[in-house]
Design a protein around this ligand. Structure first.
Ligand code: ADP
Length: 399
């Protein structure tokens, strides 16, 4: 079965075409700067042939048409006929309380995704436009929605309830939902396989540390808590997001700086985190480099980032009443040995013993604790697209 996986954002669409027999990627790439000057498509096929073209892409329909064109291209394409695509899997950011698993897309499902869009106004409408364009361009092909929030729907009430008047939950759905669910699910399942244990018998903490970052507590294969909240702003320090702050800071700053809700939202989402503290960059590599060059604020940003992760690991060990394994994934989690070292070095009292040699790994699956370490830690590269493709295949085969 050939499955096209699409991640439709506000100004970009990322795609991968899978052949599910061998779970191999036949082609992948992205269209960028949709509706903005300088739009382009990047494409790469399994033979390593790459194409980068500047083309006018004014909307999602244009973008997906160009993706299909590349897949059918006589030189670099890998399809002879569009009908070779058996199904499309879409990443959808917010499924609210409606979706606890991936779902075959019907008119009713589209309506439900629209209904929860107020919880993710920057994401869901773009995900939806990808879905609608595919319905037009690939008529009759089954389409599946895979939600970032779905894996966390197993959280108990006490983990997802905010201690504010309960009516806001009832009226507007204000509660913790959590995100990065496909990633947390993928790496937690994978670590059970690597450990050769049944996931039902394991307590796992997964740290997805990328530009966006979140951490999850997983008990017996189910998410029981996670650091992102109603939106992806809560929890860990991120590239440009603050993560946890005292909520009273918001009205305080609005008052002092004469800000409206959009402006304060922008500050917390786009101007905070590593960028806000360091003043250097949202990219952790630049921040670390500046820290090494003696920039105090960059060093501080790095420390605040690591300390927050360590604190959450401690909290989740309490939430789970123990832990068998911690997993690092995402651009930082997979690549930044120094970050993993700083996080785990402060946790030796809780049973972690890092193997500094093993920890030198980059972007590869590997155990990074010693044989004697009471709690194991692993690096596991995430693969959200593969999860979307697998879920899509499963649903299409069983429909
Ligand atoms: P996103 O959340 O946008 O998917 P990624 O998971 O790609 O982001 O993570 C981006 C982060 O990963 C950046 O802060 C970047 O500095 C970091 N990163 C990527 N590659 C490396 C590397 N080789 N060494 C250290 N950090 C890296």
């Amino acid at each position: 079965m050939k499955i096209l996986v699409l991640n439709s954002g506000s100004s970009s669409i990322k795609f991968q075409l899978f052949n599910m027999e061998k779970e191999e990627v036949l082609a992948k790439g992205q269209v960028e700067r949709i509706g903005i000057e300088g739009s382009a498509i990047e494409y790469e096929n399994m033979e390593g042939q790459e194409v980068e073209k500047d083309i006018d892409i004014s909307n999602h329909r244009d973008g997906i048409e160009h993706i299909i064109e590349m897949l059918l291209d006589t030189e670099v394409g890998i399809l002879e006929n569009i009908d070779e695509i058996n199904a499309v899997g879409h990443r959808v950011v917010h499924g609210g309380e409606k979706f606890a698993e991936s779902t075959l897309i019907t008119d009713e499902v589209i309506n439900s995704i629209e209904e929860v869009s107020s919880l993710a106004p920057l994401h869901n409408p773009h995900n939806l436009s990808g879905i609608k364009v595919c319905q037009e361009l690939l008529p009759g092909k089954p389409q599946v929605a895979v939600f970032d929030t779905a894996f966390h729907q197993t959280m108990p009430e006490e983990a997802y309830t905010y201690a504010i008047p309960y009516e806001y939950y009832e009226k507007y759905g204000v509660r913790r939902y959590g995100f990065h669910g496909t990633s947390h699910k993928f790496v937690s399942n994978r670590v059970a396989e690597i450990m050769d244990k049944d996931k039902n018998d394991l307590k796992i903490i997964t740290c997805h540390l990328g530009n966006g970052a979140s951490i999850a507590a997983i008990d017996g294969g189910e998410s029981v808590d996670t650091s992102m909240g109603m939106t992806p702003l809560e929890g860990l320090v991120m590239g440009t997001r603050s993560g946890d702050i005292d909520p009273a800071i918001i009205p305080f700053l609005m008052d002092k700086e004469d800000l409206d809700t959009k402006e304060i939202d922008n500050i917390l989402n786009k101007e905070s985190g590593l960028l806000g503290v360091s003043g250097v960059s949202n990219d952790s590599r630049d921040v670390r480099q500046a820290a090494q060059d003696g920039n105090h604020r960059a060093e501080l940003a790095d420390k605040v980032f690591n300390y927050r992760v360590r604190k959450y690991i401690g909290a989740y060990i309490a939430a789970l009443n123990g832990v068998d394994a911690v997993v690092f994934t995402g651009g930082i989690g997979e690549n930044a040995a120094g970050v993993r070292e700083h996080i785990l070095d402060g946790l030796d009292n809780l049973g972690f013993e890092l193997d500094p040699k093993a920890n030198k790994v980059r972007g590869e699956e590997r155990e990074i604790t010693t044989d004697d370490s009471a709690v194991k830690a692993f690096v596991i590269p995430t693969n959200e697209e593969l999860v979307i493709a697998r879920d899509t295949e499963n649903i299409v085969e069983n429909k």
